[in-house]
Design a protein around this ligand. Structure first.
Ligand SMILES: C[S@@+](CC[C@H](N)C(=O)[O-])C[C@H]1O[C@@H](n2cnc3c(N)ncnc32)[C@H](O)[C@@H]1O
Ligand code: SF4
Length: 333
């Protein structure tokens, strides 16, 4: 609850002209045990990663700046053995902690991360192994499915611990989405959707055609019938109608494993480095002219519907509708 009041405070500060972030989105490693066809991270170089102490220092600086969400991603974050300590450090400071994983290593790491985690997001694009070959082979797919069931069970033992699957929509799985919603409903967890952003030639694609609109309408009906779809209704309408939104990327600080803060996101066509934590404090980077200039340029980007960016922007731009809808979801869960 305190974290959400802090977010409200950040939103008000931004409305009166500051560019203060609410979320530290930390790409803690580029290493990965998968090679998903739409992904850019495993294609990057792997040599630089922050030490545990450096991560602690960044978390401390973020907390002092009033950032209330610490969101760990990658690459595959569970490849780092220090993830439980890192999450504990942020959680003990009162930050809301989230982690997104491909789920392969959950059987090894789940029990040690769960006590320090507010929300665990596991990637799964289909209820069918044969529609998941752009992510992994069938054996790995079924291991991930088993680990998702384990996470659903674990959630029951941890108060305020939420679990969802994150599904990237493409032509491959377009007709699997309602089955996935029913699957997560049975497991008593949630689901979020985001359309694929084609960043590399091998990536699956998505046509925003009548077929797509029909599928999204079905998801909206399912959400109205209380299926656990955690995207806001406004987000689902936005993607259905292929509308644009003002990207409020200033709400997120994105930190790469090599220590660079990037603006606005990891899309290769727009990503800009605005400073490194090895040379400057997080505060200096956040307040720098480089960041302000890059943010101004990105406001009208219109290249993606990545949920982190689009949902945060929708909340910021429609605080009394989307903001309260999403707030209810977090407080009730
Ligand atoms: C980059 S991954 C990192 C965390 C972890 N390795 C995983 O797969 O969940 C975070 C999320 O981004 C999604 N993702 C990766 N590339 C994407 C793309 N081109 N378009 C949309 N989502 C993408 C993944 O499916 C995953 O849900
Ligand atoms: S598991 Fe995640 S980081 Fe790894 S290749 Fe797939 S989407 Fe990228």
């Amino acid at each position: 609850m305190i974290a959400f009041l802090k977010v409200l405070e950040t939103i008000v500060e931004n409305k009166i002209g500051h560019l203060n972030p609410a979320i530290l989105a930390h790409v803690i490693t580029n290493r990965c045990n998968l090679r998903c066809k739409y992904c850019v991270f495993w294609r990057r170089k792997f040599d630089e990663e922050p030490s545990t102490n450096k991560v602690f220092s960044v978390i401390d600086q973020a907390e002092e700046l009033g950032i209330s969400f610490y969101s760990v991603t990658g690459g595959e974050p569970l490849l780092r053995d220090d993830i439980p300590e890192i999450l504990k450090h942020a959680h003990d400071k009162g930050m809301v902690t989230t982690l997104v994983t491909n789920g392969i290593l959950l059987d090894k790491q789940l029990e040690s991360i769960a006590p320090h985690l507010n929300a665990l997001s596991i990637s799964l694009d289909s209820h069918l192994a044969e529609h998941s070959t752009h992510r992994c082979d069938a054996e790995t797919y079924w291991k991930i499915r088993k680990n998702i069931e384990m996470a659903a069970e674990c959630k029951k033992r941890h108060k305020n611990h939420k679990v969802n699957i994150n599904t990237v929509i493409s032509q491959i799985n377009l007709h699997d989405l309602d089955a996935l919603v029913k699957l997560v409903d049975e497991l008593d967890i949630g689901i979020t959707f985001e359309p694929v952003v084609t960043m590399v030639p091998e990536s699956p694609t998505l046509a925003y055609d009548e077929d797509f609109k029909h599928v999204i309408d079905t998801l909206i009906e399912m959400k109205d019938s209380d299926y656990p779809i955690w995207n806001s209704k406004r987000y689902l309408e936005l993607i259905r109608d292929s509308k644009t939104f003002d990207c409020c990327s200033f709400l997120l600080v994105r930190l790469d494993p090599d220590g660079n803060v990037i603006v606005p996101c990891y899309h290769p066509e727009v990503t800009t480095r605005v400073g490194t934590i090895h040379e400057r404090t997080l505060k200096d980077i956040i307040e720098s002219d480089e960041r302000k200039r890059a943010l101004m340029k990105s406001k009208e980007c219109h290249r993606c519907y990545l949920t982190n960016y689009a949902e945060a922007s929708l909340i910021y731009n429609n605080i009394f509708k989307t903001g309260l809808e999403q707030f209810r979801l977090w407080v009730e869960a």
